[in-house]
Design a protein around this ligand. Structure first.
Ligand code: GDP
Length: 365
């Protein structure tokens, strides 16, 4: 499954947030494929459409889709030179598909800041620099090899050399490699390097409990917002402390608590949705009397591979899919009506599944 890594300097609120994630935890019986590891938290993706489908079908159970957050603690200044538990943590980041970067936007005299004062931009730059330095090392190593391969005269190595040079220059200017526009071919050439700064990032501004619904005047949040905007990244403002409290409540109490604070949604739910988008994920549904369920796929996935998320047999024996768009289905109110009105389509193996599709697969065993 796809994973998002949580990074940030010490004492910014990562563990507090991660604890909220594991507390809110998904029903693990539903997700047998997820990793069992104390540093991995499985979260269910909130989706109102599930309730609507469930009201329509009255199934025995409803199962949201889920993905994983990984707690990557221990990143400090100097990590790329092996300081702290440096390299070990960098290798953990290599394995994730996207990065959630937590920054401290709360003041609290009792909680030490590693750099001596609250300064989110400097914090972001400190972490980014470590990732950039680690990538620079990776790229330089590869460049050595590519240089030797150039002698073979194969055009592919020339192209690879050019891409690597481009990335190297960008990194040397303290910019992440994701800031370069690369063609798909160019991306393929460096994909196996698993560059840390190539991964998509979203910033989490951790504010104090007092500011959870009133952070417009928090100057740190404003700085992070501007920084994220310039990078084309998203920012989610939360209070990790409040999230940790919410995570201990029952669903009902959670709703009351949020209403009390004047919030529609918990910060964690907003974060989960943002991370889901960041990973380029979409949801399709299956809706039977046994189970109404949401499934996660990458945008652009075709029907057989989408079916394969449920079971590899579905992919291997795929014949076709019966598909109705969520909005179409809701507009007529039932599967039977959708069929009657011709809204239920038969799609073959080249069909690209769309977000919200309600699917039924036909397959050979
Ligand atoms: P980590 O080192 O990044 O994992 O940070 P922790 O989650 O351990 O948090 C460090 C300290 O900051 C702990 O004492 C937390 O209780 C505290 N903390 C985290 N978030 C907030 C917050 O929103 N407000 C305040 N006042 N303290 C917080």
């Amino acid at each position: 499954p796809l994973k998002t890594g949580i990074v940030g300097l010490p004492n910014v609120g990562k563990s507090t947030l991660f604890n909220a994630i594991t507390q809110a935890g998904a029903e693990s019986a539903n997700y047998p494929f997820c990793t069992i590891d104390p540093n991995v938290g499985v979260v269910e993706v909130p989706d109102n459409r599930l309730q609507v489908l469930s009201d329509m079908v009255n199934p025995n159970r409803v199962v949201p889709t889920a993905f994983e957050f990984v707690d990557i603690a221990g990143l400090v200044k100097g990590a790329s030179r092996g300081e702290g538990l440096g390299n070990k943590f960098l290798s953990h980041i290599r394995e994730v598909d996207a990065i959630v970067h937590v920054v401290r936007c709360f003041e609290d005299e009792n909680i030490t800041h590693v750099a001596g004062k609250v300064d989110p931009i400097s914090d972001i730059e400190t972490i980014n620099l470590e990732l950039i330095l680690a990538d620079l090392e990776t790229v330089e190593k590869r460049l050595e090899k590519t240089k030797k391969n150039l002698k073979s005269g194969d055009k592919i190595f020339k192209l690879e050399y050019e891409v690597l040079e481009k990335i190297k220059n960008t990194l040397e200017n303290d910019q992440p490699s994701r800031s370069i526009e690369l063609t798909n071919d160019e991306k393929m050439l460096v994909r196996d390097l698993h560059l840390l700064t190539m991964k998509p990032v979203l910033y989490v501004a951790n504010v104090s409990e007092e500011q959870v619904n009133d952070f417009d005047n928090n100057p740190y949040v404003k700085q992070v917002k501007e920084f994220a905007e310039a990078e084309g990244a998203e920012i989610v403002v939360i209070s990790a402390k409040v999230e940790a409290e919410i995570a201990e409540l029952s669903a009902e109490d959670k709703q009351l608590f949020l209403e009390d604070l004047g919030l529609k949604e918990s910060g964690l739910d907003r974060l989960i949705k943002a991370a889901y988008r960041l990973l380029g994920l979409i949801t399709y549904f299956t809706a039977g009397v046994q189970e109404v369920r949401a499934w996660t796929i990458k945008k652009g996935t075709k029907a057989p591979q989408a079916a394969g998320v449920i079971h590899s047999d579905f992919e291997r024996g795929f014949i076709r899919a019966e598909v109705v768009g969520y909005d179409d289905l809701v507009s007529v109110g039932s599967m039977a009506k959708a069929k009657e009105k011709g809204l239920l389509r038969l799609e073959g193996k080249d069909y690209v599944v769309q977000d919200g599709d309600v699917m039924h697969f036909r397959f050979n065993v």
